[in-house]
Design a protein around this ligand. Structure first.
Ligand code: FAD
Length: 518
């Protein structure tokens, strides 16, 4: 029912590009593509001879600066600050568009032979700078690698190419097969299935259907040398470590995901929702924990702090919790009964239908975190999603909001709890600042530094589902500690020339790991 509504109501009220990148709103106000690069260092140039080879194997190769600026634009606030400050983020690269697995392999072989960096690019809806070609070279656009190969109806597994956009994918499997994947990121219309896996994403109904790492059955991946490997492909296996998980969240640094086998569910007709209000965010968190630990797993369990409850539901006096579920009637009713039992003990019953309806209507509008704030040239808005243990979450909420609010220029920090587990949950913070235009980058980094210092103190995960990209790169080593060296070792083994998306996940952007040239 909730899954059906997503397709019925459409993404961002239909205001987006279907089947290709949708630019963020600020792009419409940009004039010209000149100016020095804001987020590139010593970009690697692709020679005329190499371009000829690429044209020979690819569908399309774009080299004009204007095209490269437009085709590398993403949804990261850091890119927005650079671009609206007169510096295009990454103007030096070539865009290579492909539509088959063989073409991906051919491009990788050319890149491998000539040591050209390759950054995979799909929906470019990432909010971390993950798909920016910071060392130039090739931007490998996989958006036309987008066929639905088929569905194994008995096993409820779909075989799909990586570049298919989420809205087209869900609409097809809902309408043609009566199934859903249940993966509903707030960006589902502007992101691809391969991008979901590459960024280790999570959708709004993850408590019922799982996160992307639970949904991938198997994958085909092209490695840095152009070879093709298949990983996964079993309901479960005890044949050594799960190599598929290596690529889920690798953000294009270990290989190009070209095809995915994804698990599906029967499309539910039945759904229910309830809503309660709590005097404090901490009490609301207790209610979420209790619901999960009593064994209920409602598809959506979302708790908004007072500021967000005011903006979203016109209840600035309360911390509003929405509990919504879909599926078999007996199962949903049992989940609702458990949830109601918990909430009656701790909070005040609200008009669940009205709150549910407001959420259904607004959940796929882009730029929601900035709602309710007056825009000015110095306004910056961003979101930070993390996860921590229940025992720490209330303190993390207080300390992150306080740390961000203490940064000069901050308008407000706020949060909602968006994904819950038996052991902990994701808090999704919104940060908004308004400073002098030339101070935006400083405010932005200072606010992120302040928030991340709290997360590292509590050994919380720096990101729950948006990933790392450039945004979180500076904090990765400190956050992962000794485990960071493991990641480094895997990267060096799989990609010894550092071709694949250099400079992301906190990994080096240097060519050949230390030598700038050979
Ligand atoms: C308004 C908005 C709401 C959002 N809400 C959510 C949300 O609810 N949940 C969530 O998880 N995310 C969310 N995001 C973040 C973003 O949509 C996801 O990270 C998404 O999975 C990125 O997919 P994409 O196709 O746009 O990838 P891109 O942005 O093009 O690429 C992202 C990264 O993945 C790599 N990559 C992409 N495709 C491949 C591939 N085939 N093989 C290897 N590497 C690849 C790129 O190199 C890059 O490093 C949101 C973003 C926006 C703008």
């Amino acid at each position: 029912m909730i899954s059906k509504e997503a397709i019925k109501r459409g993404y961002n009220r239909g205001n987006y590009v279907v089947g290709a990148h949708t630019p963020p709103a600020y792009a419409a106000t940009l004039t010209g593509t000149g100016g020095e690069a804001g987020l590139q260092r010593d970009p690697v140039r692709v020679s005329d001879a190499q371009l000829d080879s690429l044209r020979h194997v690819a569908d399309n190769v774009l080299t004009a600066t204007g095209d490269v600026v437009a085709w590398t634009r993403d949804w990261w606030a850091g890119s927005m600050v650079s671009e609206t400050g007169g510096k295009p983020a990454t103007p030096h690269a070539v865009i290579v568009a492909v539509s088959s697995v063989e073409q991906v392999q051919a491009v990788m072989r050319i890149a491998h032979a000539a040591a050209i960096p390759v950054t995979v690019s799909a929906g470019r809806s990432n909010v971390t700078g993950a798909a920016l070609p910071v060392r130039g070279g090739i931007v490998l656009d996989v958006c036309q690698l987008n066929k639905l190969i088929g569905v194994d109806r008995d096993s409820q597994i779909v075989d799909v190419e990586a570049g298919m956009f989420g809205d087209v994918f869900e609409e097809t499997i809902q309408k043609e097969y009566g199934l859903t994947m249940g993966h509903w990121p707030s960006s589902f219309g502007i992101s691809t299935v391969g991008g979901w896996a590459a960024c280790r994403g999570a959708g709004q109904l993850s408590t019922r259907y799982g996160k992307i790492e639970d949904m991938v059955f198997g994958m085909d991946v092209v490695l840095a040398d152009g070879s093709l490997v298949t990983v996964g492909g079993y309901s479960r296996a005890a044949v050594g470590p799960d190599l598929q998980q290596l690529f889920i969240g690798s953000e294009g640094t270990l290989g190009v995901i070209v095809r995915l086998r994804l698990k599906l569910h029967r499309l539910p007709d039945y759904g229910r929702a309830i809503a309660y209000g709590f005097k404090t965010f901490a009490i609301g968190l207790d209610a979420c924990r209790e619901i999960m630990q009593r064994g209920a797993n409602p598809a959506a369990l979302r708790l908004y702090d007072e500021l967000e409850s005011g903006v979203q539901f016109n209840r600035p006096d309360l911390n509003v919790l929405l509990v919504a579920d879909e599926g078999a009637r007996q199962m949903v009713d049992a989940v609702m009964q458990i949830s109601e039992g918990v909430c009656e003990e701790l909070g005040e019953k609200l008009d669940g239908e009205a709150i549910f309806e407001r959420w259904l209507e607004t959940r796929y509008l882009t730029g929601k975190s900035a709602e309710g704030f007056k825009r000015s040239p110095g306004f910056v808005a961003d979101t930070l999603e993390m996860s921590g243990r229940w025992s720490d979450l209330s303190a993390i909420y207080d300390e992150v909001v306080a740390a961000v609010n203490a940064v000069p220029g901050t308008l407000a920090g706020s949060a909602h709890q968006s994904h819950a587990y038996v052991d902990g949950a994701c808090l999704y913070f919104s940060l908004r600042g308004d400073v002098a235009v030339e101070q935006r980058a400083t405010w932005y980094r200072t606010a992120w530094d302040a928030a991340n210092a709290v997360l590292i103190k509590y050994n919380a995960a720096l990101s729950h589902h948006h990933g790392v990209g450039l945004l979180r790169a500076p904090y990765m080593q400190e956050s992962l500690g000794g485990a960071f060296n493991l990641m480094l070792a895997v990267k060096r083994q799989l990609d010894p020339q550092n071709l694949l998306n250099p400079g992301k996940l906190g990994l080096s952007d240097q060519r050949f790991y230390g030598q700038e040239d050979r």
